[in-house]
Write a protein that binds this ligand. Sequence first.
Ligand code: SAH
Length: 339
Amino acid sequence: MNIYNLTREKLEEYFVNHGSKKFHADQLFSWLYEKRISSVSEVTDIKKEMLEQLSKDFSFSKLELVQVERDVDVCKYLFELSDHEHIEAVLMRHDYGNSVCISSQVGCNMGCRFCESGRRKKVRNLETWEMVTQLLMIEEDLGARVSHVVVMGIGEPFDNYDNLLDFFLIINHPKGLAIGARHITVSTCGIVPKILEFSDFPLQINLAISLHAPTDELRNQIMPINKAYPLKELISALEIYLRKTNRRLTFEYIMLAGINDTEKCAKELVSLVGHLNCYVNLIPYNETNNLEFKRSSTVQLMKFYDILKKNRLNVTIRREFGSKISAACGQLRSKKEEL
Ligand code: SAH
């Protein structure tokens, strides 16, 4: 068991179960997340016997950083896991802070046709510590704080739900990384039962839905998950989510030339989500050598944008980072493993 798997509450439980004091959890959190110790021997305010027990029960190790590609406002990190698998994280410097996109699984089972990461089937879920220490390692490399986190790297976060929630609890905790819930976003391809569960999660984490198509016919072709959870079910789950949380959600919509970028699609999108409290984020597609999809032209993108705008949707176009380096969606790992 790795120590960075434990939420503050689980750590309290651990200390109490070992006949020790609850408040050690706060102390240890501060050693781990403020003082950034690398071994338990650096802890000075917990009894020696308890520390020995801790070092018997837990590993204090982090991920291994094997490669960094750097550009002006973006860095791509490649990590090696103890089973020699690789995952990626991307740091984007915005004027409002440092935002990191992390991975949640090794591989992914969702099989979206346009996605590089999905070419490799899921090998396993990341443990909570493997998500937490992506952030710790990047802060260390950066020498600065990460202020925003998006779970949009490799993997489907809602297919690794329990570890994901512990990850949120740790990074949001004031004694953990203290990243505000509203600065954290999770993106899902639309796993309906988990969206419903998530609507009861107490932290106000932002939810983004990878929509990418306005009809079942089209969505079935590019996102197999739609066969399990078609649009009607997805939208009604989102209505429940919005009612319960009183929040706004984001739809991500990749612009794929000749596939989902027509005027007809724009109008269908308006009828599908126009009644919801949402943003639509239009995403220029990152072309990859391995897949045949092409990005929409700027003219087509703007036409699409205008139709949504005219119909009073809140619509934004995603700023592009890292197309010079291999920062796009699973490309660095593919290159490393020559897939
Ligand atoms: N599985 C989750 C999160 C990881 S994918 C999800 O589906 O939301 C993060 C986002 O990147 C998704 O919206 C995904 O559809 C998008 N994406 C995948 N490949 C892409 C590419 N080549 N260019 C642009 N966006 C891409």
